[in-house]
Design a protein around this ligand. Structure first.
Ligand code: NI
Length: 137
């Protein structure tokens, strides 16, 4: 069974009021849950700063589907990194643009390198990658 420890935190009134407004806007029902999430996010961010941490990432990119070279490079990159590429999804946004979401798995260092390779392909209009650490300390 999980052990829970209660802690008291001293905060400046103004800071607390700003925090309460923020978490209410975000939909939190109480401070404890919001503070737990902040701590988890901070710990996860810390783990992601280690290139050896195991993680998964969703790489989002928007490109014009008329760039056949780009599509070829994108497919080549995924075929040459089979262990890291878990899945991908393609959405036709309009007559020109496509959104591709590529899910990668591996060490943070490898994932970041692969994501940089994907996002730096000529013709990518918008791109970003979101990582989540998968191993707990
Ligand atoms: Ni498309």
């Amino acid at each position: 069974m999980k052990q829970v420890e209660r802690i008291g935190v001293s905060l400046d009134k103004k800071l607390l009021s700003m925090f309460d407004k923020l978490i209410s806007k975000q939909g939190y029902e109480n401070r404890s849950e919001a503070i737990r999430d902040l701590i988890r996010r901070q710990l996860s961010g810390e783990r992601l700063s280690n290139p050896k941490t195991k993680a998964v990432a969703a790489v989002f990119l928007v490109y014009d589907h008329h760039s056949t070279k780009l599509m070829q490079k994108l497919a080549d990159l995924q075929h040459s990194h089979l262990l890291q590429t878990i899945s991908s999804m393609h959405i036709h946004l309009d007559e020109h643009d496509c959104l591709e979401v590529i899910v990668l798995r591996g060490c943070v260092g490898e994932i970041n390198k692969m994501a940089e390779n994907i996002l730096s392909i000529k013709g990518v209009k918008l791109g970003r990658s979101n990582l989540v650490a998968t191993e707990q300390e």
